[in-house]
Design a protein around this ligand. Structure first.
Ligand SMILES: C[S@@+](CC[C@H](N)C(=O)[O-])C[C@H]1O[C@@H](n2cnc3c(N)ncnc32)[C@H](O)[C@@H]1O
Length: 212
C-alpha cells in the first residue's frame, strides 16, 4: 500500500528503534509480550524488532504492515524468527481491515502503531473481532502526557500544523490511547504509564497487557 509508505521515516525509525534495543526499549518489548501466547497478531510490524522478543508460548505470528519499505526493513527479522521455528506470515494490509477470520488469533500486539493508524476505533474493533474470547492484548504505545506538563506542552507545540505528523509517518504524539482502549472494552486499569524513550514528545508510554 504505497499511500502508507514513508521511506525516509522508515530509515530513521529502523535506526532509532534498533538503537532502542540496547536501552530500555528492548526490555520493554519483552515485558509487554510476556503474556502473549499461541497465534500472535502484530498490527503494524514496522522493522520487526518485536519478533526478537517473542516468549516461548507464541507459536506463530501473523503481522500486517501496509508500508513496503517497512516490510523490506523487517525482512531479516522475519527470516530470523522463521529460522527459530516460528511460522511468520507478513501481510500487506491495514489494521482497520484485517484479512483474518473471526476468533483466529490468541494474542494481539499494538506497539507504537495506534498513534499512526487512520481510525483507532476501527483498528480496535477489528482486533476484537479476530481475537479469541479470553485472548490477550499487549500494548506498548506512546501517549498523551498530562495536560500542562512540560511534555504535554511540547506535544501540543509540535502537533500544531501537523508538523510532527509529517515528520513521523503520520504519528499523532498526543493521542489518548488509554481512553481509546477503554472505549473498545479493554480492561486498562493494569496498564502502566511511565517515561521510556529519550525523545521528549514520545516518551510518555502506556504499557502492559490486557483482556477485553
Ligand atoms: C512507528 S512504526 C512502529 C512499528 C513497530 N510496531 C514497532 O514497535 O517498532 C508504525 C508502523 O505502523 C504502520 N501503520 C501505519 N498505519 C497503519 C495501519 N492503518 N494499519 C497497520 N499498520 C499501520 C506503519 O507503516 C509503521 O510500520
Amino acid at each position: 500500500m504505497a499511500a502508507h509508505d514513508h521511506p525516509l521515516f522508515t530509515r530513521v525509525y529502523a535506526m532509532v528503534s534498533g538503537l532502542g534495543e540496547h536501552s530500555e526499549l528492548g526490555p520493554a518489548r519483552s515485558h509487554v509480550l510476556a503474556g502473549a501466547t499461541g497465534r500472535l497478531l502484530i498490527v503494524g510490524l514496522g522493522p520487526g524488532h518485536d519478533l526478537d522478543h517473542l516468549p516461548p508460548a507464541v507459536t506463530s505470528v501473523v503481522a500486517v504492515e501496509p508500508s513496503p519499505s517497512m516490510r523490506a526493513a523487517a525482512h531479516g527479522r522475519v527470516e530470523a524468527a522463521r529460522s527459530r521455528g516460528i511460522e511468520v506470515e507478513l501481510i500487506d494490509a491495514v489494521g482497520e481491515a484485517l484479512p483474518l477470520p473471526d476468533d483466529s488469533v490468541d494474542s494481539v500486539l499494538f506497539a507504537y502503531v495506534l498513534c499512526s493508524v487512520d481510525s483507532v476505533t476501527d483498528v480496535l474493533a477489528e482486533a476484537r473481532r479476530v481475537l479469541h474470547p479470553g485472548g490477550t492484548v499487549c500494548v506498548l504505545e506512546h501517549v498523551r502526557a498530562a495536560p500542562g506538563s512540560w511534555t504535554g506542552r511540547m506535544q501540543r507545540a509540535v502537533s500544531t500544523g501537523g508538523l510532527w505528523s509529517r515528520l513521523a509517518g503520520g504519528c499523532r504524539c498526543d493521542q489518548d490511547t488509554r481512553r481509546a482502549l477503554a472505549d473498545a472494552g479493554l480492561h486498562v486499569e493494569d496498564l502502566e504509564e511511565r517515561r521510556l524513550v529519550n525523545v521528549p514528545v514520545v516518551n510518555w508510554t502506556l504499557m502492559g497487557s490486557s483482556r477485553p
